[in-house]
Structures are given as C-alpha cells and as structure tokens.
Write a new protein. Structure first.
Length: 323
C-alpha cells in the first residue's frame, strides 16, 4: 500500500491577503473617487486619452520595477489573462473619461455601473442574490434619473456620451471577469503590472499626443503619478486581492457603492446636498451591498485559493489524491 503523501504546507499569505475583502473594496472605491477628482484637473492640459495613458503607463511601470514579475515562467493562460485584463482596463478607463467630457458625472457613473450590475444579475444563483442585485440596480437607476433631471431643462443628454458610458460599463464587467481569472493564475500583483502596461500600449495611439503635454509642463507629472497611484495601483491591487475571495457576482453588487462614495464626496468636499430621492437611492444601494456582504454562506467557494496557484509558473496545482 502506498503511503499517503504528507499534508501540504499552509500557503504563505501576504499582508493584503489578510485584509477582509469588504474592507479592500472600500479602500478601492474611496481611492478611485479621489483619483478621479485629481484626473479631472488634467483633462484641459492632457485630454482624457492622454491622462489615461499616463495613468496606466506610470502605474504599470512602477509596479513592474517594484515587483519584477517573472513573466517568462508564466503559463500561456496566465499571459492571455493579463492581456485580456489590460484590454478591459484600457477600454474601461478611456471610454469613461471620454463620457464625462459629455455627460454629468452622476449620469455617467450610473450608466457605467449597469455593466457590473447586469453581470451580478446574470450570475445570481440564489433568490436572495437576485434580490440584492435588483435593489442595487434600482438605486443606481434612481440616481441616474435624478442626475438626468438636473442635466438641463430641455437640453437633453449627449447620445454619444451615453454610448461611451455604456461601453465603459461593458468593459467594467469584462474587467471583473478578467481580474478574477488573473487572480487565479498569477500570484500576488505581478499580473496587474503586466496588464497595466498592456493597457498603456493599447491606449498609446489615442493618447500619446496629449500625454506629451507633460514635456512642456513637467509639473503635471506629479499629478499624473497621483492619479496612477489612486486610480490604478491601489484600487486594482485591492480588487485583485478581493476577487480571490469573492464571487464575481458579489463583487459586482458591492461595486454599486461607487455612486454612494461619489455622493458622500460631493457632500463633504463640494458641499452638494442630497435630495430625498438621492437618499432613497443610497439607502437601496447600501442595503443591497450590506445584504450581499453579510449574507454569504459559510464555506461558499471562492474564486481562488493561494495554495492552488504555483508561485513560479502561474499554473493551477492539482492536489494529490490519497490512495
């Protein structure tokens, strides 16, 4: 009789892996809001594509220098996953920045969030999952209707802006799926560095001209670096870690807290009051997010386990069978 193999050693978890997933998402959402505020100040000088290019290039370059990912040891599936994630990030960021040049921010955010919420509804496995997704969707739609009413009397909304925001939402749904895949195949955040650089390459033909504006005004590089850290390095790294432990449908619903964070930031930073309809919308979204976070069953499968991923090749490990 063949002796049973010794039990596998417990996985070595990094500091980020020890942080609760909901807290990681809260950090991600807050960081994105501050990063968007800084990014908007760069639009007049660099343009939306130029700002996106600098954001992705600086973030990817910084992570690549710090992490030095051993790409040559990764599997073909891991490399393909990073390429898809980079394409999703490039589309998500570029299309959203272009949309807020044509739409009020509240409308653009609400339309974009339809992508993750639709993904959550499609992937719902239990009745309560569908209920929380529907509540979040109702809140986001209510925020959009409110913002639409403030957009202008009789002026209407820019149709191209709506198309751009909806396209950004589709890319956001793709980002969630691709990020979960990269999190399964590539340990740590090395895959994020490669994906960011892939995204920069894809955006370069559209944003290179605007990004060269930093040559005449080098001081803009500091603001661009802040955008890279706040809008890419911190939130994407937090998302990657959270998606290792959260199903993508749960992640999609929790991301609906983005309008809540934007509304709070507007109240605190800009002094923008909240109308009764907005308070109802925020209550719906907050209830849905809390229900998803607290209602997960113990033992529910997560997206990946650190012990199932090789730290050198990026290939999934098969656990030995007992004989």
């Amino acid at each position: 009789m063949t002796a049973a193999p010794p039990p596998a050693a417990p996985p070595v978890l990094g500091p980020v892996d020890r942080v609760p997933a909901p807290l990681l998402m809260a950090v991600s959402i807050g960081s994105v809001q501050f990063g968007s505020a800084v990014a908007s100040t760069l639009f007049p000088a660099l343009g939306a594509p130029g700002t996106v290019l600098l954001r992705l290039l600086l973030a990817g370059g910084l992570l690549a220098v710090l992490l030095r990912p051993r790409v040559h040891r990764w599997s073909a599936g891991a490399l393909a996953g990073c390429a898809l994630l980079g394409a999703a990030m490039a589309g998500m960021n570029a299309l959203f920045y272009l949309s807020i040049e044509r739409l009020p921010l509240g409308v653009a955010v609400s339309v974009e969030l339809l992508g993750p919420l639709v993904l959550s509804v499609v992937q719902a496995r239990r009745a309560q999952d569908a209920l929380w997704s529907a509540l979040a969707l109702a809140g986001v739609v209510l925020l959009g209707v409110r913002a639409l009413g403030d957009a202008g009397a009789g002026e209407g909304l820019d149709v191209l802006g709506l198309v751009l925001a909806a396209s950004a939402g589709a890319c956001w749904a793709g980002y969630i799926l691709a990020s979960a895949r990269v999190g399964r195949l590539v340990p740590g955040t090395g895959g994020l560095a490669v994906s960011l650089l892939v995204g920069a390459v894809l955006v370069a033909p559209f944003g290179l001209g605007g990004a060269l504006g930093v040559v005449e005004r080098p001081g803009l590089l500091l603001a661009a670096l802040a955008v890279a850290l706040l809008s890419s390095v911190v939130p994407y790294g937090a998302d990657l870690a959270a998606l290792r432990r959260l199903p993508t449908r749960v992640f999609g619903v929790l991301m609906s807290l983005q309008p809540v964070a934007a509304a709070i930031a507007g109240l605190v930073v800009l002094g923008q009051g909240l109308a009764p309809a907005e308070l109802v919308a925020l209550a719906l979204v907050s209830t849905a997010s809390a229900g998803v976070a607290l209602g997960r069953r113990r033992g529910e499968p997560v997206q990946a386990r650190p012990e199932d991923v090789s730290r050198t090749t990026g290939r999934t490990r098969r656990r030995p069978r007992l004989r």
